[in-house]
Design a protein around this ligand. Structure first.
Ligand SMILES: [Fe+2]
Ligand SMILES: [Fe+2]
Length: 192
């Protein structure tokens, strides 16, 4: 068994307010997508339970975790330190909760995406984007796309995120650009 009910309760007890609500919404969305696309449901749900476990941490706490787990922030992460929560959550998932490597990977890349995303990575990214508590403009379109094509939904989400980062004058993680380019290349291939 990947995780027990007790582990699930322990993880949830560390979250509160909107973060708890969002995490439960993500868990539900990930199970739904896993069923639809034939992924391991428990792995998807486990990744979702842990993906934002450090999201509300301060800059100091994030940097302490980076130090502890040997995470070296890149230039963008130094500036936009909140984006470190994927990598610090992944480290805790592995160290504290014994998550397997593919779950750890999906958590680490849930904010940026990456090239060569596998099914688990894609579902975690997308469940985070479309879970039922999300209300941003375009979420309904993203949900419709996700019901039809995971890749199309991902591309839609990544393009929207990139546009938003540009509009807000934010730095862009190279992994997000790589993820989006890779996805477009895949979708152009006849059997991709
Ligand atoms: Fe997150
Ligand atoms: Fe999230």
């Amino acid at each position: 068994m990947l995780y027990t009910d007790e582990t699930r309760r322990d993880i949830l007890s560390r979250l509160s307010g909107y973060r708890l609500k969002h995490t439960l919404g993500c868990e539900k969305a990930a199970r739904m997508l896993a069923q639809k696309y034939g992924a391991d449901e428990d792995k998807c749900a486990f990744a979702m339970l842990l993906h934002d476990i450090t999201k509300n941490f301060s800059q100091e706490e994030q940097l302490n975790l980076c130090e502890k787990y040997g995470i070296i922030p890149n230039d963008v992460e130094k500036e936009e330190w909140k984006t470190l929560h994927g990598k610090t959550a992944a480290a805790i998932a592995k160290d504290v909760y014994g998550a397997p490597d593919d779950v750890v990977h999906a958590i680490a890349y849930h904010t940026t995406g990456c090239a060569q995303m596998n099914l688990l990575d894609k579902i975690v990214y997308m469940a985070d984007y479309i879970e039922e508590n999300r209300t941003f403009e375009g979420v309904k379109t993203a949900r419709k796309l996700a019901a039809r094509s995971l890749d199309q939904a991902l591309l839609y989400g990544m393009n929207a995120s990139l546009r938003e980062l540009v509009q807000r004058g934010k730095l862009i993680q190279l992994d997000t650009v790589r993820a989006r380019n890779w996805l477009m290349e895949q979708m152009q291939e006849p059997n991709g």
